[in-house]
Design a protein around this ligand. Structure first.
Ligand code: ADP
Length: 254
């Protein structure tokens, strides 16, 4: 009867749909698994350099350290700074892993947070940080710690990758809190603009390393902004500088 044919067709369609969903699930899992594998392999690679530097200074100290105070001093300083580097790497890798679990979201005054972070940087560096506070109070929904991390990463990068003054702004635009950091540094090549948000990606490895970079800052910032339903973007011009912009939905402004 026509009814039977109809039922058969329906179950065939259902099986087809199920198969499609199942295949999509598998692809998704595979994709995640591959990403995890790449992350673990990149992370091991990044840790290997400081470990081998520490190891070679330890051996140097053992062989030639006795009665050689300048070598002892140099080695200890190197070991100390490589240990700092490893601990920063581990801390940032943990931070990336933690961002996956959703943080507790509260109303956060981002105007206050930006002002506080700028003050901290002004105290720590003798660099000009221009900041015009347009907004007195600007509430967004989020984690204070994580948002502070984003602000910190962008200001830190602007200072690291330029020598001139930097400009920090916070304004309200179309129900979005728009935070931006502008620098007058070397700029980022157009073809690398997307890639800098990838884990461990660095335009200039040596420069990043010299300034204590890990290549994880922007990946962390991007993950946090995404978690906050926001957007992060960059525009850059070689030899002119870069502007990083983060926009987040406003809950309340004054
Ligand atoms: P890093 O720890 O190396 O600074 P990030 O993830 O924060 O890692 O940034 C990735 C790379 O993007 C940097 O190594 C640098 O090459 C580039 N970059 C980031 N911010 C800037 C900037 N303001 N000006 C120029 N290059 C930048």
């Amino acid at each position: 009867s026509w009814k039977k044919i109809d039922v058969d067709k329906r179950s065939r369609d259902e099986i087809y749909e199920m198969e499609k969903t199942f295949n999509e699930m598998i692809d998704h899992l595979k994709d995640n698994f591959e990403k995890q594998e790449i992350f673990v392999s990149d992370a091991s690679h990044e840790l290997k350099t400081p470990i081998s530097i520490v190891k070679s200074y330890a051996q140097l100290l053992e062989r030639r350290g006795t009665g050689n105070p300048s070598l002892v001093k140099e080695s200890i300083e190197a070991i100390d700074s490589e240990a700092d580097r490893m601990s920063k790497l581990v801390e940032q890798m943990l931070s990336l892993a933690k961002n996956k679990e959703s943080a507790v979201m509260k109303k956060v005054d981002i105007a206050d947070l930006v002002e506080e972070t700028v003050t901290t940087f002004r105290g720590a560096y003798s660099r000009e940080i221009q900041f015009d506070q347009v907004q007195r109070k600007l509430l967004v929904n989020g984690s204070r710690d994580q948002l502070e991390q984003v602000i910190y990463i962008l200001i830190d990068n602007a200072l690291k990758y330029s020598n001139e003054k930097i400009e920090v702004r916070l304004e309200a635009n179309n129900n979005q809190a728009v935070f931006s950091v502008r620098d007058y540094g070397a700029g980022i090549p157009a073809q690398e603009l997307d890639r800098i948000f990838e884990r461990f990606y660095r335009v200039d490895k040596a420069r990043s390393r010299d300034t204590g970079g890990t290549g994880l800052g922007l990946a962390i910032a991007k993950a946090i902004v995404k978690e906050h339903q926001g957007k992060i973007a960059v525009i850059s011009e070689m030899k002119e500088g870069s502007t990083f912009t983060v926009s987040l939905p406003i809950v309340y402004s004054a």
